[in-house]
Write a protein that binds this ligand. Structure first.
Ligand SMILES: NC(=O)c1ccc[n+]([C@@H]2O[C@H](COP(=O)([O-])OP(=O)(O)OC[C@H]3O[C@@H](n4cnc5c(N)ncnc54)[C@H](O)[C@@H]3O)[C@@H](O)[C@H]2O)c1
Ligand SMILES: O=C(O)[C@H](O)COP(=O)(O)O
Length: 656
């Protein structure tokens, strides 16, 4: 549509004007305002201000960022600045934003992504990966080789033998989108570095559970009956029946330290062997334990009652060397310990002392703080320690399962879908992701407009996102929307950073952006997840004074209508603008002929107008005109518009 026709177009927008006012009235209805409840991305508390950690520094906006053109044109006499800001978006970004589909990526993946498999993976997993990508199976890589390869890979799959350190993520220079850990323990992946790099980490947490539990039972029965020692002795030509007299398992107490997936499966099997089972796990549910006849006890109680111990907790800062001199001292004499979790949970020197003193009779170790342990490790030299080379997950069945589980999770990740085994990203149910798709587009574009309106020198450091919803707090998950607002706010002002659901909060924090989320109750239809989203940039200066709300914040409010994001309010002015392409906002005196003058200038500049919406507080006073444009106006054209008498300020924004 040519600009000359815009006046007609405007006339047909009367309905829009009315609905804008109606919307404003609704928005102004007394809100039942409350803070968003829930949990922040990656376990941090959400909702209320993410103050403290997020409250440092401020983001200084360059005068002309990300290729934006800023036209500063002083209006004759009134001293008001007129600005034009254009923020180009790549086609892929636009497509992605338009579809709202990908929570993880905006940069195009090659038609077939490259997947580096750095440790042995069952062929079924490899075949699945090959259906979706180019698969490079390169084992036993040095750190240097791994770093060289990851810069050319979109995904990396490892088991426990490869350390995926910060250096690896840095070397990938943003190319790595997904790291798949073909197993449970992710202690060999630097999650913080992955998250900062926006790289999704997924694992395969269930397929090797039974194998690990069976291996614990194998080690426990083997310790009880000296199987490994007697085997070695016989092979040396000896026949030592008395020496290898064992102990019975029946009626003995097994203390399971860490009652998760493996711990519970060990418990079931131990019950079948006639053992009494207690478990220590401060995070385990009583009823789950009771259901399999296990008593949950304190750490000290477990230490004092166990005859056998199965260590099944992850290695974390709080479990590192938790089995130390003090813990061994609390045990009965002559206990047997099986560790198929992680070597680091035991203080090896303390274990040697406990074996020497007789507190511990025997240990069965499948895992070591250093793998493989040094050849001269005392752990390998003693007959009272039975060792296996991290074989817990190594059954044919488990490896098939793990390979398929990880291949699926990695492929999903590469396709931009969050897997249920995502380790460093919120697990958002897929139906919610689908439902929120159009709202993510709205959220990102509101963030983008808000940041585009920031001017002056104060930068941007404080943002409030208000979700108006008829759903109650428990049914209102804002993590995805928050990530997209942050994406909209941050991407235009940084280079080389793709913001996604994985790293959005980290990036906001790193840039000193304080994000506060507010939930406002609405009385509408709770089939609609969010009635409106309001993004307010607090304490910043604006390039377009009319974008300031009464409280002085740069304020943009939008909603989704029939799946399309609309901007409904800028500052104190109601508008109705489809959030797509470019938009020119003008503040002018409400005088006859204003619309026609702007429209004909756009027409003469061959700028196609897609819609026009005008709103005013009272006749003959101030009015705001929002003009959607399909083509990017030249700076000269924008300057001409800004010089039309009675136009007090103007801004051009590229929304996509
Ligand atoms: N040897 C192997 O090949 C092998 C195979 C599978 C799993 N694993 C390891 O076994 C461990 C358990 O695996 P899983 O699949 O059962 O994991 P899981 O997450 O299902 O269970 C771990 C349990 O430990 C508990 N826990 C966390 N911190 C604790 C603490 N401080 N004290 C006590 N309990 C604590 C958790 O609440 C959870 O219930 C992991 O370290 C995993 O890497 C080893
Ligand atoms: O954490 C795990 O899943 C186990 O320790 C298995 O590790 P692996 O994949 O190196 O055998």
């Amino acid at each position: 549509m040519a600009a000359a026709a815009a006046a007609t177009n405007c006339a047909t927008r009367t309905g829009v004007l009315q609905s804008s006012l109606a919307t404003e009235h609704k928005q102004n209805a007394a809100p039942d305002s409350g803070r968003v409840e829930g949990s922040l991305f990656m376990g941090k508390p959400v909702g209320t201000s993410t103050s403290g950690a997020l409250d440092s520094g401020s983001v200084a906006l360059p005068a002309d960022y990300n290729g934006c053109s800023a036209v500063e044109d002083r209006k004759r006499g009134n001293g008001i600045k007129t600005s034009a800001v254009s923020q180009p978006m790549t086609t892929t970004e636009a497509k992605s934003a338009a579809s709202g589909r990908s929570q993880l990526q905006d940069s195009p993946l090659p038609t077939k992504p490259t997947i580096l498999v750095a440790e042995k993976l069952d062929k079924q997993g490899i075949e699945l990966l090959k259906e979706h990508g180019n698969v490079d199976c390169s084992y036993n890589l040095t750190l240097k080789d791994l770093c060289a390869k990851v810069s050319l890979c979109d995904a990396l799959i490892v088991r426990s033998g490869t350390k995926v350190t910060r250096e690896v993520f840095e070397a990938s220079r943003g190319r790595l989108k997904v790291v798949g850990r073909a197993g449970v323990g992710i202690d060999n992946v630097d999650l913080e570095a992955a998250t900062e790099a926006g790289c999704l980490v997924v694992n395969a947490p269930t397929a090797n559970t039974v194998a690990a539990a069976e291996h614990v039972i194998a080690l426990m029965t083997s310790l009880a009956r000296n199987v490994a020692q007697a085997n070695a002795s016989m092979k040396q030509g000896k026949w030592e029946r008395a020496k290898y007299t064992g102990v019975s398992l029946v009626d003995k107490t097994l203390a399971i330290m860490g009652f998760g997936k493996v711990g519970s499966e060990v418990a079931r099997r131990a019950k079948g062997l006639g053992m009494k089972v207690v478990a220590y796990d401060p995070y385990a549910a009583q009823d789950r334990a009771r259901a399999i006849g296990v008593e949950l006890v304190s750490f000290d109680e477990a230490l004092q009652t166990g005859d056998f111990f199965s260590l099944n907790m992850p290695l974390t800062p709080s479990t590192a060397k938790i089995f130390n001199d003090s813990a061994f001292a609390k045990m009965k004499g002559g206990v047997r310990i099986i560790n198929a979790a992680r070597g680091g949970v035991i203080d090896d020197d303390a274990l040697i002392r406990a074996l020497d003193s007789g507190k511990v009779a025997q240990a069965g170790l499948d895992v070591f703080s250093e793998e493989p342990p040094p050849k001269d490790s005392p752990l390998l030299a003693r007959e009272d320690i039975v060792v296996t080379p991290h074989l817990g997950a190594s059954t044919i069945e488990a490896q098939e399962g793990v390979a398929i589980e990880i291949a699926e999770a990695v492929i999903n990740g590469l396709q931009g879908t969050l897997s249920s085994t995502a380790v460093n990203a919120p697990m958002i149910p897929s139906d919610l992701i689908a439902e929120l798709e159009p709202y993510t587009v709205l959220a990102q574009r509101l963030g983008r407009i808000a940041v585009s309106l920031v001017g002056g020198t104060k930068g941007i450091r404080d943002v409030t996102i208000t979700y108006r919803t008829s759903r109650d707090g428990t049914d209102h998950d804002t993590r995805l929307l928050r990530a997209f607002v942050i994406k909209g706010l941050v991407e235009p002002i940084v280079s080389d950073t793709v913001v996604n659901i994985v790293n959005a909060d980290v990036i906001a924090k790193r840039r000193g952006l304080r994000i506060t989320e507010v939930r406002q109750s609405a009385d509408g239809d709770d089939d609609v997840p969010v009635e409106s989203i309001l993004v307010q940039v607090n304490g910043s200066e604006s390039k377009f004074a009319s974008s300031l709300a009464e409280d002085g914040s740069i304020s943009v409010l939008g909603r989704v209508e029939s799946g399309i994001p609309h901007l409904m309010k800028v500052g104190q002015f109601s508008v109705d603008v489809v959030l797509e392409g470019g938009v020119i906002f003008c503040r002018q005196r409400d005088e006859p002929g204003m619309i026609g003058r702007v429209a004909s200038l756009l027409g003469s500049g061959h700028v196609n107008v897609s819609f026009m919406s005008v709103t005013r507080h009272r006749p003959k006073e101030l009015a705001i005109m929002a003009i959607g444009v399909d083509d990017v106006p030249t700076e000269e054209l924008l300057a001409e518009i800004s010089h039309i008498p009675h136009i007090e300020e103007m801004v051009y924004l590229n929304i996509n």
